[in-house]
Design a protein around this ligand. Structure first.
Ligand code: ADE
Length: 221
């Protein structure tokens, strides 16, 4: 998979792709990630990328030209273009699965007060990572990349995502490791029993309990 990230703040991405699972995925060529400053595509003599909103109002709005030209220089018939915006559809694990089967993603990070509405005409998806407003689309782009890349074949063992939270509308069950007793808190007996059927049943019950407790909305679905 190839992922192009269009941003005005490329330095924000320093580090995130250079550690742990994402680094391994890049090093083993499961994914190729490019950070592109779309200011470089501005035809304005001062490389301006924003302007005041028609109709008045606070702040600056990203203009069409740099983003249109940048996207057009990258896009092929295998590309999906994604705009990160708090006004988009809420991102969920099933979308991560869907996007993980694409060949090429172009992520556009909005900034300032917003972007010219016409930019949506070159996008396949408008995605929000949740009901809160961030300073820009950079952190949301990192969230998408992380959640998608871990699903690519061979990046982590398949078993690890079979039990992920949100798989089958349930949150992941609790896990424990050594020691058996820590500050008086004991590992549930069943996990030490060696009875795999009982362990499976316990984990399902715990998933159900946790989902009811923390995410009644998911449970009722
Ligand atoms: N830009 C600012 N806030 C955002 C959010 N919640 N999701 C996606 N992009 C954003």
């Amino acid at each position: 998979m190839k992922i192009d990230i269009l941003t005005l703040f490329p330095n924000m991405f320093d580090g995130v792709f250079q550690e742990s699972i994402l680094k391994r995925a890049i090093d083993s060529q499961k994914v190729e990630i490019h950070i592109i400053n779309f200011r470089d595509f501005s035809k304005d003599p001062h490389q301006k990328v924003d302007d005041t909103p028609y109709g008045g109002g606070a702040g600056m709005v990203l203009t069409c030209q740099p983003i249109f030209d940048c996207v057009r220089s990258l896009k092929t018939d295998q590309s999906k273009v994604i705009l990160l915006t708090p006004a988009g559809k809420t991102y969920q694990q099933k979308m991560a699965y869907q996007l993980s089967s694409e060949k090429h993603l172009i992520l556009i990070c909005g900034h300032y007060e917003g972007f010219d509405e016409r930019i949506k005409s070159i996008c396949d998806y408008e995605i929000s990572i949740g009901d809160y407003v961030l300073t820009g689309g950079e952190v949301p782009a990192m969230v998408l990349v992380d959640s998608i890349v871990r699903l690519l074949p061979g990046v982590i063992t398949e078993d690890s995502h079979l039990n992920d939270s949100f798989q089958n509308q349930l949150l992941d069950y609790p896990t424990y490791t050594k020691p058996r007793v820590f500050e008086g808190m004991e590992v549930p007996e069943v996990l030490i029993s060696g009875d795999h059927k009982k362990i499976e049943e316990y984990r399902l019950q715990e998933s159900i309990r946790l989902t009811k407790e923390n995410r009644p909305d998911l449970f009722n679905e």
